[in-house]
Design a protein around this ligand. Structure first.
Ligand code: ZN
Length: 182
């Protein structure tokens, strides 16, 4: 990840929240963020038969989690209804992070007769990192930890996976910062 990107991502998360009128310690409404980016959020089950999705999952587990289609000026973020709710939140945030970062749609891959778009590894890393900042900004984590919240509490409140909550508490240094305080 390029130098300065992590700090920039925290700033982007703060800017996004303030433009939506959401406090830094509140859950980010992804549907509202999508709207401001001109994107629609759709479950893949609205576009293809669920049995088709299950078949793809059997052929290549995890092959499809979410992707963004650009159809003319329309942007549609499609997520898999087969994922857990926490995973769906992360996947949608990841796609919106790509849009915020103005990453362009690149390689195309086909799985089970359906076409998916991939991105380059640097862009994937950036989108992952920014998605984490959007969902769980450092300030939010520090506030939660000071309140005595566990990773499970954070996961429940912000609709993310426990793994994501743990990961962000660790990599942002929020855990270290609040250790020894209650
Ligand atoms: Zn991506």
């Amino acid at each position: 990840m390029r130098r300065g990107f992590k700090a920039e991502a925290e700033r982007t998360s703060a800017e996004v929240r303030s433009s939506l009128g959401v406090r830094e310690t509140e859950r980010l409404p992804l549907d509202q963020l999508a709207k401001t980016l001109g994107a629609e959020l759709r479950s893949a089950a609205e576009l293809v038969d669920i049995s088709r999705l299950e078949e793809i999952e059997r052929i290549q587990p995890g092959a499809f989690s979410a992707c963004t289609f650009e159809i003319g000026t329309r942007r549609v973020v499609v997520w898999s209804p087969l994922s857990t709710p926490g995973r769906i939140t992360s996947d949608v945030a990841h796609e919106l992070a790509h849009l915020l970062l103005k990453h362009s749609v690149q390689e195309v891959q086909t799985v089970g007769g359906l076409t998916f778009f991939g991105c380059d590894p640097d862009e994937e890393q950036e989108a992952n990192w920014l998605a984490g900042c959007l969902l769980l900004p450092r300030k939010l984590l520090v506030a939660e930890l000071r309140r005595g919240s566990s990773a499970a509490d954070v996961a429940e409140k912000y609709k993310v996976s426990i793994q994501m909550a743990n990961y962000r508490m660790r990599v942002t240094g929020a855990m270290r910062q609040t250790q020894g305080r209650q």
